[in-house]
Write a protein that binds this ligand. Structure first.
Ligand code: AMP
Ligand code: MG
Length: 460
């Protein structure tokens, strides 16, 4: 595995003083590695997990041609566009009970939705479309007098209508789900439709989190002047839990070298990735940055974005190597069967401001963690919305503004900001349902202009 420097050098336009958000994402995609161990879980444990293998369909779904309607099944070759078709009902096929008789030309079978279509029958007329001969017609000279005749109007149907074909959902032997897919409620149902009860998924990613900063209070502590309650711990816990990670919550770590060192080493020992908040700004008078440097291979970035400019990214070595971090070798990062990177944990040192934490998580940490989880999910597409207000924006950095996206009277999307975009204004994140993404080269936005929006649904 490559050193941070060699990854950086391979990137086009890498400039540590003014990194674009896209360059950061690319850098991270080269830094992280997916987990390599998988486990077997039952369907009820599988929601949100990532498949470690393709699932090949053991059966065809549906296993037989069957009826899509309650009605009458017959051989569609008898249909003519010019004349109604009269058929004699010779039996009933119920779902779950195959009908074993023979249906001759001029005959049909009453059939329920889902019932197997017998050999030779390929068309179903829904029951509400048939007519029955009137009493007078049945008794007329020359009529069969049959009580069980149904008449299908001319030009109503074509052969094959209302038939569900064998394997039209899935054919036996075809991949039903692919390695790297997230198991959604629909995917769980699909597995069940194939008769599959247990499934192989990548092991859960373990992510350790702690907040830093001497002004940060834990819940339960009395308020004191200049101090703020730790909110990042809870938002990060929520973000990681929704992503399907196992969270190792380490609370607040005081700004003391011995405590920070112990926290980083313990986190690196237990986790695939470590997230911290606070202490990475330029001119921070604390020990967080020094400790990251001491215990690993870490780059301190100023990203051309708002909010979330400062960020530390790299690796924290596990205890046995941390005493001699300069000896990081290719071997140190070799994968084994248990860990994303057994000798080091990936570090995301996020800024302290609560909004910056969430924005950097969304923009950088989330895609990197997904890659580590073995996911092949692509980012949700950005949507276009008309800005309801002017937005000031300097080209040369990416800005993420909190927005409320709604549907305009003409059906298109519109967005307005939540007002004060200060990166400590946490209430704005609650109010917003998405982020307005103002791209690196973009300038001011006039009212009515289209902007890109990234929706939060299911994430924040
Ligand atoms: P820093 O990045 O350490 O300079 O912190 C920037 C701002 O975020 C400061 O106002 C901090 O008080 C605030 N902050 C840092 N960590 C947290 C936290 N865990 N919860 C809430 N606010 C925080
Ligand atoms: Mg600080």
């Amino acid at each position: 595995m490559k050193s941070l420097d060699s990854i950086a050098q391979a990137l086009q336009g890498y400039d540590p003083k003014a990194l674009s958000a896209d360059t950061v994402r690319e850098f991270l995609s080269h830094l992280v590695m997916p987990v390599t161990r998988h486990e077997t879980v039952s369907i009820f444990q599988a929601l949100g997990r990532v498949l470690s293998h393709d699932v090949i369909s053991p059966i065809s779904v549906p296993p037989h041609d069957n009826s899509a309607m309650d009605g009458y099944a017959f051989d569609g070759a008898q249909l003519s566009p010019q004349a109604p078709l009269s058929l004699k009902v010779v039996g009933t096929a119920l779902a779950g009970k195959a009908w074993s008789g023979v249906v001759a030309p001029g005959e049909c079978l009453k059939i329920m939705t889902g019932a197997v279509l017998p050999e030779g029958l390929d068309t179903v007329v829904p029951q509400e479309f048939v007519t029955r001969p009137t009493e007078a017609a049945r008794l007329a000279p020359g009529a069969s007098g049959d009580n069980e005749l149904v008449v299908i109007p001319a030009a109503l149907l074509q052969a094959g209508d209302n038939r569900r074909c064998l394997g039209e959902d899935l054919m036996a032997g075809q991949p039903a789900l692919h390695k790297g897919e997230h198991l959604t409620p629909a995917a769980l149902g699909l597995l069940a439709s194939l008769g599959i009860e247990k499934i192989q998924v990548w092991r859960k990613l373990r992510v350790a989190y702690f907040s830093t900063g001497d002004e940060i209070l834990s819940l339960g502590e009395p308020p004191r002047e200049g101090a703020v309650y730790d909110s990042n711990r809870y938002t990060v816990w929520g973000l990681l839990t929704r992503l399907g990670c196992e969270v190792i919550d380490m609370g607040v770590v005081r700004d003391e070298p011995a405590l920070l060192e112990a926290a980083f080493l313990s986190a690196a020992e237990q986790a695939d990735a470590i997230i911290t908040s606070g202490g990475v700004s330029v001119g921070e008078a604390d020990y967080t940055k020094a400790m990251m440097k001491k215990l690993g291979d870490v780059a301190f970035w100023k990203i051309a974005m708002r909010p979330g400019r400062p960020m530390a990214v790299g690796r924290i070595l596990k205890a046995k190597l941390a005493s001699s971090p300069r000896e990081i070798s290719a071997n140190s990062y070799q994968n084994n069967s248990n860990s994303a990177s057994p000798e080091a944990a990936i570090l995301f040192g996020l800024p302290g401001n609560p909004v910056a934490v969430m924005v950097t998580f969304l923009a950088f940490v989330r895609p990197a963690l997904l890659q580590m989880m073995g996911s092949t999910a692509t980012p949700a597409p950005l949507l276009k919305a008309h800005s309801l207000e002017p937005l000031r924006k300097k080209p040369g950095r990416t800005e993420y503004q909190r927005g409320t996206v709604s549907t305009a009277p003409d059906g298109s999307l519109q967005v307005k900001t939540t007002g004060n975009q200060g990166s400590g204004v946490l209430s704005s994140m609650v109010q917003a349902n998405g982020l307005i993404v103002l791209h690196h080269h973009q300038g001011n936005v006039a009212p009515g202009d289209e902007v890109d929006v990234m929706m939060f649904d299911g994430v924040i």
